[in-house]
Design a protein around this ligand. Structure first.
Ligand SMILES: Nc1ncnc2c1ncn2[C@@H]1O[C@H](COP(=O)(O)OP(=O)(O)O)[C@@H](O)[C@H]1O
Ligand SMILES: [Mg+2]
Length: 142
């Protein structure tokens, strides 16, 4: 399925070149190389996107609704299988990341707050702390 291709800003074009040239040196925290997602219905949600995030850099991935942001993130968190392309996080190929060891060095805040309506805020925090295996201390009371 054909999707409207927006005109690209110069900084976007420039960044793609930085991402391409830094792929080999690999000194980035997050790298995506020609990442692509074509859904079963033929929608090319992500079309060979390349980007990189350096240490200490705050990187914004912007785009209108339907641009493919969620598809990108879902591939990078391995919630969604990628059609082609490569991702490296903390200098490791995505498929080689150790969820326990490397996972302790990263975090993700999802688009919607994962708060359960039937629990209080302190119950949520204490529950997540237990799931994450944090040492048991006096439970937080707000
Ligand atoms: N599971 C799916 N199957 C088919 N098309 C999808 C699916 N999820 C998203 N899309 C389509 O992929 C495109 C990108 O969507 P998405 O990644 O959610 O963009 P964004 O997060 O930037 O709004 C949209 O055209 C959307 O309709
Ligand atoms: Mg989205």
């Amino acid at each position: 399925m054909q999707r409207k291709q927006l005109d690209e800003e110069k900084d976007v074009v420039d960044h793609r070149e930085v991402a391409k040239s830094s792929w080999e040196s690999g000194d980035m925290q997050i790298q995506a190389k020609e990442l692509m997602k074509v859904y079963k219905n033929g929608v090319a949600a992500v079309n060979k996107n390349s980007f990189c995030v350096a240490k200490g850099e705050v990187f914004g991935l912007l785009g209108p609704n339907g641009a493919g942001k969620s598809s990108m993130f879902n591939m990078m968190t391995m919630d969604l299988q990628r059609s082609s392309g490569d991702v490296r996080i903390l200098n490791k190929d995505l498929d080689e990341l150790n969820v326990i060891e490397d996972g302790n060095r990263m975090g993700m805040c999802p688009q919607f707050n994962p708060i359960w309506d039937n629990m209080t805020v302190d119950q949520c925090i204490n529950y997540i702390a237990k799931v994450k295996g944090l040492p048991s201390q006096a439970e937080i009371q707000f």
